[in-house]
Write a protein that binds this ligand. Structure first.
Ligand code: NDP
Length: 317
């Protein structure tokens, strides 16, 4: 096993040609729209998030994850401006929200969403535009997976999104797109929850995506360290396994979990408000987890099911 940088995708790169690396998230830390109401009273941007993003850039992150529902585009735009980094050296992902109970749709369609997003970012394009979830598609909705995906393709062809993909899609949703669109227009990414305690968000999804050249991005990769809810104090059973591996590899549990994803050719998106942790999350390229330890994480992880997002959504698929 080589211990240098793992390139998870040869094809997906920044405009300047850098291969995709671990992303920094701007979602879960910022509590969606609640933050907007509480923090954005006077100022149009949250200085706290701008400063966190500047730390991420300083440390070496160049891949940033956001979404309509996170309302963090103005902060990303501001941080990019202040950083002085060439836009073409960054990789910025955002997502269209088709609407679910907890997060109703706020744009009519992907086009309206992306126009708003680009204005808030003060940019001409995003690198990757995702359909946030497939669950808006129902008899009552005026949007279908197909109508949304057609528009995603148009946005790609117009250059407003360099790549297009999906998030939280199960095999059945991807198969619908495969049936209705050309191969050159298939999604290139499926961003899902992934860690040793949730190795398949929905049945067979990782294998299916990897077989079809769809890159899996892992959100909540550190969930086994954190408990089942953000304010949970409970200790996860996998923590003792991670402590053992931490000692063996002289790395933190978080670094083990991030490296675990990379060794499966899965790209993690992680979030931290603390500089030390932000630095540590990119310091995962100078060691490799042995095959038997990878297997131990697989086996031990699968004994303790843990799903932080979209719980129950895949039961009947
Ligand atoms: P993580 O698994 O990285 O969890 C982040 C949490 O872990 C933070 O609370 C952070 O707290 C804590 N943390 C970070 N480093 C460590 C460490 N070394 N030890 C212990 N705790 C640590 O990822 P997220 O759940 O935040 O997901 C990542 C991103 O993915 C989101 O921000 C969002 O952009 C995206 N996402 C996408 C979803 C989708 O539906 N597509 C759903 C959910 C997330 P602290 O600040 O104290 O370090």
């Amino acid at each position: 096993m080589k211990t240098d940088r793992i390139i998870v995708s040869e094809e997906i790169r920044t405009k300047s040609g850098r291969p995709l690396e671990i992303g920094t998230g701007t979602g879960t830390q910022w509590k969606w729209l609640k933050l907007e109401q509480k923090e954005r009273g006077k100022s149009s941007v949250s200085e706290e998030l701008v400063s966190q993003l500047l730390t991420c850039f300083e440390v070496g992150f160049y891949h940033v994850d956001t979404a309509e529902v996170y309302t963090t585009h103005p902060e990303i735009g501001e941080a990019v401006k202040r950083s002085g980094i060439d836009r073409n050296d960054l990789f910025i992902t955002s997502k269209f929200n088709g609407g679910i109970d907890e997060a109703p749709r706020t744009s009519k369609n992907p086009r309206e969403a992306l126009n708003k997003i680009l204005k808030e970012l003060d940019m001409d394009f995003v690198d990757l535009f995702l359909v946030h979830q497939p669950f808006f598609d129902s008899d009552e909705s005026e949007l279908s997976l197909e109508s949304v995906w057609s528009q995603m393709i148009e946005l790609k062809n117009e250059g407003k999104a360099r790549y297009i993909g999906v998030s939280n899609f199960a095999v059945c949703h991807l198969e619908r797109l495969f049936r209705n669109f050309r191969k050159s227009d298939y999604p290139v990414v499926n961003q899902i929850e992934f860690h040793p305690c949730l190795q398949n968000q929905s049945r067979g999804i990782v294998q299916f995506c990897q077989k079809n050249n769809i890159l899996i991005e892992a959100y909540a990769p550190l969930a086994p360290l954190l408990g089942s809810s953000d304010d949970s104090q409970e200790r996860q059973p996998l923590v003792s396994v991670l402590e053992k591996l931490s000692t063996r590899y002289e790395k933190t549990g978080a670094q083990i979990l991030l490296r675990y994803c990379l060794q499966k050719s899965i790209l993690p998106i992680t979030t931290s408000s603390k500089r030390e942790r932000i630095e540590q999350s990119l310091d995962v390229y100078n060691f490799s987890i042995r095959d038997d330890d990878m297997e131990m994480l697989d086996i031990e992880g699968s004994r303790y099911a843990l799903q932080k997002f979209f719980k129950g959504a895949y039961e009947n698929l």
